[in-house]
Structure formats: structure tokens, C-alpha cells
Design a protein around this ligand. Sequence first.
Ligand code: GDP
Ligand code: GDP
Length: 462
Amino acid sequence: MSRPQVIIIGRPNVGKSTLFNRLVGKKLALVDDQPGVTRDRRFGEATLLGLEFTIVDTAGWEDEDPDTLPGRMRAQTEVSLQGADVALFVIDARVGLTPLDEEIARWLRGQDVPVVVVANKAEGRAGEAGMMEAYALGMGDPVALSAEHGEGMGDLFEALLPHLEDDADDDEFAPFEDETAGSEDEAEEDAPPGPLKLAIVGRPNAGKSTLINRLLGEDRLLTGPEAGITRDSIAVDWQWTNPKTDEVRDVRLIDTAGMRKKARVVEKLEKLSVADARRAVDFAEVVVLLLDATKGLEHQDLKIADLVLQEGRALIIAINKWDVAEEPSALYNGIRAALEDGLAQVRGLPVFSVSARTGKGLDAMLEAAFALREVWSRRVPTAGLNRWFDDALEANPPPAPGGKRIKLRYITQIKTRPPTFVIFGSRLDDLPESYRRYLVNGIRRELGFGSVPVRLTLRSSK
Ligand code: GDP
Ligand code: GDP
């Protein structure tokens, strides 16, 4: 089975190479601030939420007049386009449409290939204006993306799926064959899971470094004034002995923030802790968000928690400095309630009270982290999944806007880590968000995923 091909097109510096790298998962392409660093067409094997395809990054713009579509690029890209199933037309959402973008768009309209418009650099709210301009291209709904931060990849998946799955009516599972095959299931579940990849994130002074030092049992992390200089995260392998069972388990701990606690500007540091969380979720399977019992839950904490969940990682909340907590039970309940209010996407996050200073609660927290990883990696047997699905539809049938019922035909789990499901049906554009939430909540509650973030994609089958 040959892989479908996706081609990335766009003017220099919009983030094509960054997107390419994100999809291929390796640093194959050179990324640089200077336009035109990419010199050749490159091919990579891409994976996106279980969808597999060949990705082609085009280039050849350099040395040309930046305001016109260079003939050389045209010729080269035309060749690449012939083999492509879909083109990703990347624009810079922060800059908006430039004359060159518009010229590429005109040219693309004359080509015989479906186009998905990608508005890149759209992290935060910075890309909103560019998104509107992208709509105005009239080339379908643009996908807001941050190639650099890996945001919007689920939307990209949904936009690509219809183009890469044209034979879906003959074999609805075709692109996911490998994932749903029984042998693969077993392979995944039997494979030794490797060390638990755990990240500790939280605001400055929450006690991350103290906690990591406590876990490692020695002062492994720098705490001197020069620590603030280090920018990269570090990983430490160690072994945790479960005191209840004496079982020894491997953990890879990712420390991002502890290294730079001495940075001068507090405001900057606040921003950094979100950036650190971003980096951490790239590595981690389970993320511990450390709160400070003397401070409670603040907006910044919710932001970090939200980010972790959106990126599909399992999340544990740990309230640190419990040894000095005042009115602990009111504090605990208050934080619980604020989490339920502030994070609509999941319920019942595990909340531990810990003390990095005394070691209290840390074993229970680690035990939960291992358990959570198991759930996060779980595959629901197809029969049970569809039984649940039928019951859920019967208990609460999808609405019938305009008298025509939305049809939901079946569900399949295409992926684990995080658990990702696709529902096939028709008239899905009319499905209200509330109904989709009903299904996601059902999957979480009734199929045993608890607080683990679950992804659900809807896909039309005629
Ligand atoms: P290309 O010339 O289209 O291949 O663009 P590159 O991938 O080399 O990216 C150009 C610049 O944009 C680099 O400095 C990237 O770090 C930056 N960039 C890429 N993607 C994003 C993004 O999602 N957000 C932001 N803010 N910058 C990005
Ligand atoms: P980080 O910025 O998140 O890495 O925080 P640190 O590990 O540097 O800790 C910040 C401060 O909180 C330090 O003064 C620690 O001694 C203190 N601290 C950390 N954990 C605890 C704890 O469990 N109890 C108490 N009382 N203080 C703690």
C-alpha cells in the first residue's frame, strides 16, 4: 500500500520547514529566521494522530524576486504537485496575506489538487486577523496552527482526513489498518512500556526543584545563581521503589524550569513557566502540575493545566508545601472546586497533597502516575466500544435539525496515548458541540478513561 502524499507550499518564512519537522518528528529540515534557508525539496514519512503519509516540503524560492512567484519554483512545484493527494498552503497568520500569498493562491486554484489552507504561527491570539484573511481566500476553512508549538494538529488531522481516505467507502479502516489489527493491539499492550516519562511543571517557587531533588535523593540539580542561564530541559533516569510492593520501576524525569529559578524578571518567568510546560508535554506521558499550598490555585495554573490536557497528556495535580498549609481541608476542597470550574474538558483530576520538604504523599503520587499512564495507553476492545456506542445513541439520540436526523454509524479507536476515537456518520457538520461533549464524556466515564484526555474526531462516510 503506497502512502498518500501531502505537499507543503508557501512563500519563504511562513513555517513550512517547522511544519515538516513537526509532522516527521525529527529535525530533518533546517529551520532559520532567514528566508530561504530551505534549499531543496525534501520528503519525510509523517504521522499525524495515526494518519500516515509522505510529506513533501518545497522550496526553490531563494535568489528570486520576493514579490512574484518565481518561475523556477513554479516548475519545481508543478512536478511535485503531480504526485500529491493534497496541498497544504501555508500562510503566516501574524503577517496576513501578502501579494505573493495571493499569487500562489491564484496559481494553486489552477492546479488539479485539493488545497488545505494552513494559517501558521497562530498560537495565542496573535493570528486572529490572519485567519480572517485566510477565510477570504475562498479556499475552504483554514486550519489555525502553530507548527512551532504543535497546536492545532487535531484540526489539521480533520482537514486532511477526507483527502487521504478517498477509498474509505470500500474499506473504512484502510488508513488505520495497522492500528486496529489484532496483532498490533497485542504488540502494543505487551510491549514493555519503558520508563515512565514524567514532567513536573508549575509556577516559579512552587517547589519543583526541591521536589525533584527529593525524588532523586540527592542534590542533582543546580541551584546556584548560574542556574538561570540554562535554557534547555534535562532528563534524569532513576528508579522508584514502590514501598507497598517493593517493585522497582524506571522513571525518566524531565526538569524544565528548575534550572532557571534565579532569573531576574518575575514577569518573564511567569511566561516562561508556560513555555516550560509546552516543552514538557512534548516529552512527557504524565505531567504533574505542582501548586503551592501557601498560594492556592491561580489563573496561570489553570492555563498550564489546560495546555497539558489539550496536548493530550495525563495530568496530576499536586499541592506542595502541605507541611505549612493553613486550613488544609478548606484549601483542598477549594482547589478541587476551582479545577472543576476552570477545566471544562475533564472531571475528577487526581489531586494529591504533598510535601517536597518531608516527602509526604510522593509515593502515592508516583503510583497514580503509573496507573494513569496505563489508562492513557489503553485500547478498548471493539465489541465493547460499539456496545457502549449503541447504548449511548439509544439513551440520547442525536438531534434532527430541520427534521433530518444526523446519522452516527460506528466508532473506532484509532490510537492510544492519548486515546483517540473516530466516529463515522453523515450530516456531521450539524452535530451540536453539546452532543459531541456528551459522547466524549461518555467515553471517559463509561469506558474507564476517567480524567485522561480523550480525543474524538467525526468523519463523514457517505
Ligand atoms: P519556511 O521558510 O517556510 O520553511 O519557514 P521556517 O520553518 O524556516 O520558519 C521560519 C520562521 O518562523 C522560523 O523562525 C520559525 O521558528 C518561525 N515559526 C515557524 N512556525 C512558527 C509558529 O507556529 N509560530 C511562531 N511564532 N513562529 C514560527
Ligand atoms: P521552583 O522554583 O518551583 O523550582 O521552587 P523551589 O524548589 O526552588 O522552591 C521554592 C521555595 O519553596 C524554596 O524556598 C523551597 O525550600 C520551598 N519549598 C519547596 N518545597 C517545599 C515544601 O514541601 N514545604 C515547604 N515548607 N517549603 C518548600
